[in-house]
Design a protein around this ligand. Structure first.
Ligand SMILES: NC(=O)c1ccc[n+]([C@@H]2O[C@H](COP(=O)([O-])OP(=O)(O)OC[C@H]3O[C@@H](n4cnc5c(N)ncnc54)[C@H](OP(=O)(O)O)[C@@H]3O)[C@@H](O)[C@H]2O)c1
Length: 336
């Protein structure tokens, strides 16, 4: 149902440690109107991503932080309700970087039409193909360069990116060990997603488990978390191994600087290739990821789960789940 006003989450303070209740507040404003070259969209889905916490802070990052007293930035999907750009018509379904709002006014250049992918509902296209799918694909394929028979370890293994990483590596002939928090998540990645083994970092000694489960060492480490888990895996990398630095979520809520890895020396001794990446750099190659993900999905080799939270008003409460492990799959808010 159409609304007559617009709610927006405004960043009031930069979080120190965990996101506090008054760091963001929801404010009601008039529905925006489009200027030249702009589009107003009615938000249907808002993607919640670990990087949201980075954007709230003023730490060194890959985009400008969100300015205080402005609407929080987020990836959204929605329907065009006003257009002053020849690129979009009213009713088009679009997605792109906008704000945590019922209605977003965005330069047309920030948007794209939601791709139509056979057999994949549009909310899955938005949830999986916008960020996490290409991240898993390019991280594994381009940076990891897996060879049949190699052992790949992935942390954050039951999360949106990590679950795809393990499945992609399996299709490419790797042995895959996932590291996740809790028995249920560990069981899920082995029983439902086909990982070879799992380590529950909340209940088990990661170092000891890696020795048992990867007796031949680790060839590729897909790092979603950094911190102690990175250290444990770095200590067991094989000669000429690859470390894909995708995310460092264990440090995103840190109050101050986090210590560097104690096993840094292994990068030299084991001649490791360690590469960070931001998926936005791969946008010109997205079609390649779309083709591969869609093919594997249609063959039943790639499963994913969306974790939907109802209501824009619950966005802040929901985003915190990413840092406690409360999400089960790609976290998104159903706004309208
Ligand atoms: N480089 C890029 O372009 C790019 C793009 C997208 C995402 N990323 C990164 O990829 C990672 C995963 O993102 P996602 O969207 O797929 O989120 P996600 O994995 O679905 O959710 C985050 C998960 O991180 C785990 N976690 C939270 N705090 C942790 C800690 N202290 N130690 C270990 N695990 C912890 C939790 O799982 P457990 O229950 O298992 O603890 C949580 O469910 C993040 O680091 C994100 O920043 C990078």
């Amino acid at each position: 149902m159409a609304q007559h006003s617009n709610r927006q989450w405004i960043l009031k303070k930069r979080p120190v440690g965990d996101i506090a209740d008054d760091d963001l507040v929801i404010e009601t404003t008039p529905i925006p109107t489009a200027g030249d070259g702009e589009v107003v969209l009615r938000t249907h889905y808002l993607s919640l991503d670990p990087t949201n916490r980075i954007w709230m802070s003023d730490m060194v990052q890959y985009m400008p932080p969100v300015a205080l007293n402005t609407a929080m930035r987020g990836a959204v999907m929605g329907e065009v309700v006003e257009s002053r750009s020849p690129a979009y018509q009213i009713g088009d379904q679009v997605m792109g970087l906008a704000t945590w709002s019922d209605y977003c006014c965005v330069p047309a250049a920030n948007l794209q039409l939601c791709p139509q992918l056979p057999g994949i509902p549009v909310k899955e296209v938005f949830g999986i193909y916008t960020i996490v799918g290409p991240t898993a694909y390019f991280g594994v394929v381009d940076i990891g360069q897996p060879k049949v028979g190699e052992t790949l370890v992935v942390s954050g293994a039951a999360g949106a990116v990590g679950a795809l990483v393990g499945q992609i590596a399996k299709t490419m002939g790797c042995r895959v060990v996932g590291i996740a928090g809790g028995k249920d998540k560990c069981k899920m990645i082995v029983d439902e997603l086909g990982f070879d083994a799992a380590i529950d970092y909340k209940a088990q000694d990661v170092d000891a488990q890696l020795r048992t489960l990867c007796p031949g060492g680790v060839d590729i480490y897909f790092d979603n978390v950094g911190g102690d888990i990175l250290d444990a895996v770095l200590g067991q990398m094989n000669l000429f191994g690859r470390v894909i630095v995708c995310g460092l979520i264990s440090g995103y809520n840190a109050d101050g600087r986090v210590p560097g890895p104690k096993n840094y020396g292994n990068i030299l001794m084991k001649r490791l290739k360690v590469q960070g990446f931001i998926v936005l750099d791969y946008i010109p190659r997205y079609a390649e990821a779309y083709r591969a993900l869609t093919q594997w999905h249609s063959q039943g080799k790639l499963k994913w789960n969306l974790h939907e939270v109802e209501g824009l008003e619950n966005a802040v409460q929901a985003v915190r789940m990413l840092y406690t492990g409360g999400n089960h799959g790609k976290l998104m808010v159903k706004v309208a």
